[in-house]
Design a protein around this ligand. Structure first.
Ligand SMILES: C[C@@H]1N[C@@H](c2cn(-c3ccccc3)nn2)[C@H](O)[C@@H]1O
Length: 447
């Protein structure tokens, strides 16, 4: 039984409007974490910061006032948003999420509500505007990341303990609303907001304020897409309200982790945002530990599509505005794979066929085709496929650079082995596109 909520979920089930349909079909996105933290790049005073580079201000070895002075040297001479957008286009990204303001409070746009922005830096120009224009020009939808937590604002509090806290926080709430309305006014082509830094008790207690603000933002840009991380319900429940219903338009809980089964996504839209190293979003000049390969990232992207989600790969440009070589290589290699295999990711979602060990099924919502994306090449060279009753295979194509014909063997009713051609290059994911017919229609054609 569900309880009546004033500030809980506003909708049961997925959004069904066209703008959300476009979001649902993206497949691949690019996250960009850029800000003052890229200047120290994980080091200070000759010491190595092993935490996430964008959190260096919270490091004991980093004097807070030294960090807060960094805006005086922010002057990224290499910043070239057109080049960034071209690279993202070549990678195959359909949307991009840019940090307008991270937890440190530094604004990459000339906000009228604070001096802690690019307007007070030697660079002294808007970073966000040219980026939005460049990505829009490449046909990549732009989403604005905004951290509610703001270590720079005097009214920010993680919790409200005194009367003074409450009064200061009222000013912070007004500041937050002003900045968000300002972003929507400055960059009206944005398709949505990606909120972060919303776990503090002080913010969680603002259910009514945040609910009203979300409504107001949605009225400013109809169809605006806002995830589950923005606000809590009146019982402090986040992502899912007291009744277990999703807040916002999609689930935003998959940060540096992936669901494994369709049950894990609760019938919701979702995105997974992923770092290339284990845990670095902002630029760190010295990555340690595991750095994901492009094949690893491609597998996560396909797995996300197979479970009705979007996959977002993070980039962290350096303090001068350069994209680092490791990320440029990933953009190149992912793009090369997408060039001939994108139809298995774009417009694709979950297919309720029994999962097989060789990889993932995705269903193309526009063509109806079934895609088989092979990551675990079988020693037998044969892919086991169990076709649900009433479904017939009409044709199978091996796409991508591989080419060749597929040998189809019916093991018994509705179960087949698909033989891959000898010499198939399986150092990269192999994609088969299967045309199927449903119902008992007599199958015309190849099989
Ligand atoms: C999208 C990512 N979210 C930010 C983050 C993650 N976290 C965090 C904090 C405590 C536990 C686990 C994660 N804090 N901030 C990261 O800094 C990055 O912006």
């Amino acid at each position: 039984s569900s309880v009546t909520l004033e500030h809980g979920s506003k909708r049961l089930g997925k959004r069904t409007d066209p703008m959300m349909g476009v979001w649902r079909n993206y497949g691949l996105g690019q996250f960009i974490h850029w800000g003052l933290y890229a200047i120290p790049g994980g080091h200070w005073d000759g010491k190595y910061y092993s935490g996430a580079a964008e959190w260096i201000r919270s490091w004991n070895e980093m004097p807070k006032n030294a960090y807060d002075e960094l805006y005086k040297v922010f002057d990224p001479k290499a910043y070239d948003p057109k080049a960034w957008a071209k690279q993202a286009k070549d990678m195959g990204a359909k949307y991009m999420i840019i940090t307008t303001k991270h937890h440190d409070g530094f604004c990459l746009w000339p906000s009228q509500y604070t001096d802690y922005s690019v307007a007070k830096s030697p660079y002294n120009k808007d970073i966000i505007g040219p980026m939005v224009e460049a990505y829009d020009a490449e046909g990549i939808d732009v989403y604005l990341y905004f951290s509610v937590m703001d270590w720079n604002h005097p009214g920010y509090r993680s919790k409200l303990e005194t009367k003074e806290d409450e009064e200061a926080y009222e000013g912070f709430k007004e500041f937050t609303r002003n900045q968000l309305l300002e972003l929507l006014a400055f960059y009206p082509s944005t398709k949505g907001l990606w909120f972060d830094g919303t776990w503090d008790q002080a913010w969680i207690q603002q259910a009514a304020f945040a609910d009203e603000l979300e409504e107001e933002m949605r009225s400013v840009i109809p169809g605006l897409i806002i995830g589950s991380r923005f606000r809590a319900d009146e019982n402090g429940k986040r992502h899912f309200d007291t009744n277990g219903d999703l807040m916002g338009d999609y689930e935003q809980g998959w940060e540096r982790k992936m669901p494994n089964r369709i049950e894990d996504v609760n019938g919701n839209d979702w995105d997974c945002v992923m770092t290339v190293p284990e845990n670095q979003w902002g630029y760190h000049s010295d990555w340690k530990g595991h750095v994901k390969s492009s094949v690893e990232l491609i597998e996560m992207m396909v797995k996300a599509a197979s479970l009705d989600g979007n996959f977002v790969i993070n980039f962290g440009p350096d303090g001068q505005g350069n994209i680092r070589p490791e990320e440029s290589l990933i953009a190149k290699e992912v793009g090369e794979w997408m060039e001939s295999n994108a139809e298995a990711v774009y417009d694709c979602g979950y297919l309720d066929w029994e999962k097989q060990d060789w990889g993932y099924y995705t269903r193309n919502r526009k063509t109806g085709n079934v895609n088989l994306v092979v990551f675990n090449y079988p020693a037998s060279g044969k892919l086991r496929v169990k076709v649900p009753k009433g479904i017939k295979i009409q044709g199978i194509d091996l796409i991508g650079t591989n080419g060749g014909t597929i040998d189809l063997e019916e093991i018994h009713r509705d179960e087949y082995f698909l033989g891959l051609p000898k010499g198939t290059d399986h150092t990269k994911p192999v994609v088969l596109v299967m045309k199927i017919v449903e119902g008992d229609a007599e199958v015309q054609g190849v099989y």
